[in-house]
Design a protein around this ligand. Structure first.
Ligand SMILES: Cc1ncc(C[n+]2csc(CCOP(=O)(O)OP(=O)(O)O)c2C)c(N)n1
Ligand SMILES: [Mg+2]
Length: 331
């Protein structure tokens, strides 16, 4: 990857890391009342995928969606306001962290019922295929989603109809506290299971942003050419607890050596070190970038905190699809 492109990828990963570290830092204030599932340690999958897609392409995600939303170009202010339950939030404060959406950026939604956005993404792909709009849909999900029945139905349909979909599976080895060894028979690989539906399927390093971008670009080109979906399994690791801002390694459900090994392959540090070594980036530029992002976050968090909560009658809005200008439902 050219140095400029890698700098761009690095700044994308850094921004997402700093957004989530800020969320973690203020969470104990208890002003942000929704659960949060942080992607710290997993950002390269989001950034590599976001870079491989066009702005008018679609993406959908699940409960761990901040990184996906931001990497697809989702509005930061609207996300932070949503986490604070404010009117300016992307769901007018009624959805919280697990219901992010930014239609302008092609981020068509996030739904926390495990597996549930897979058919939604396939539906977007079906619409694109019928309309011939040349859009590609990336469906982000954790490896736990592949254990839901709906995964099978949706992938089968996408293959059958040759839909322009890229399945982006983040395999962080755990579903909450359960490792793959208590969920799958020995030797089963997620990407091999996916391949049995009859689509190209690859496993790759999800902490290597260049590898992610390369594979998603190829899959997106294939989808755009009308050749159907691809399944990509990216190996990565969540650093913090499943849900919440803290570390939970004292619980002993993960091996200390495993955690340390993945942290040594931090997707941010790896790319930053490579840029510094090549001389494509200086320590002063890193500090400057961090200061710029900090200032951006100061503004977004202040506006979100200061902004109003939704008015009580907003409770009845957006429950069902509303025609433009229609009155809202009242009891
Ligand atoms: C249908 C359903 N079952 C259970 C849950 C509770 N739940 C929320 S996240 C999660 C773990 C999902 O693991 P994975 O898909 O690997 O994503 P990760 O959290 O590792 O990113 C579970 C079981 C849920 N939200 N929906
Ligand atoms: Mg997982």
């Amino acid at each position: 990857m050219a140095a400029n492109a890698l700098i761009d990828a690095w700044s994308g990963i850094l921004r997402i890391r700093m957004v989530e570290e800020r969320i973690a830092a203020v969470y104990a204030e208890q002003e942000m009342r929704c659960p949060v599932h942080l992607s710290i340690g997993q950002e390269a999958v989001a950034v590599g995928t976001g870079r491989a897609l066009r702005t008018d392409d679609y993406a959908v995600s699940a409960h761990r969606s901040h990184a996906h939303y931001l990497a697809k170009g989702g509005n930061l202010d609207a996300m932070i306001a949503e986490l604070y339950g404010k009117e300016a939030g992307c769901c007018h404060g009624k959805g919280g962290s697990m219901h992010l959406i930014d239609v302008k950026a092609g981020f068509m939604g996030a739904v926390p019922i495990v597996g549930s956005t897979i058919p939604i993404g396939v539906g977007l792909g079906f619409a694109s295929s019928m309309k011939k709009d040349s859009r590609v849909t990336a469906v982000f999900f954790g490896e736990g989603s592949t254990e839901e029945g709906v995964f099978s139905e949706a992938v089968n349909f996408a293959v059958l109809k040759k839909l322009p979909v890229v399945f982006v599976c983040e395999n962080n080895l755990f579903s909450v506290y359960s490792p793959l060894s208590v969920r799958q028979p020995p030797g089963r690989q997620v990407f091999e299971h996916a391949a049995s539906y009859g689509l190209p399927s690859f496993q790759a390093d999800g902490n290597d942003v260049e590898q992610v971008e390369h594979l998603v670009s190829q899959a997106a080109a294939r989808a755009r050419a009308g050749d159907g979906p691809t399944f990509l399994e990216f190996m990565t690791y969540r650093w913090r607890e499943h849900c919440g801002p803290n570390y939970d390694d004292q619980l002993g459900y993960r091996d200390d050596g495993e955690v340390a090994a993945w942290k040594a392959r931090d997707p941010l540090a790896v790319v930053e070190a490579s840029l510094l070594k090549q001389g494509a980036l200086t320590a002063a530029q890193v500090a400057q970038k961090r200061a710029t992002i900090d200032a951006e976050l100061d503004g977004a968090f202040k506006r979100a905190k200061d902004g109003p909560f939704p008015a009580p009658d907003m409770l009845y809005r957006h429950m069902f699809a509303e025609a433009e200008g229609a009155g809202y439902l009242k009891s």
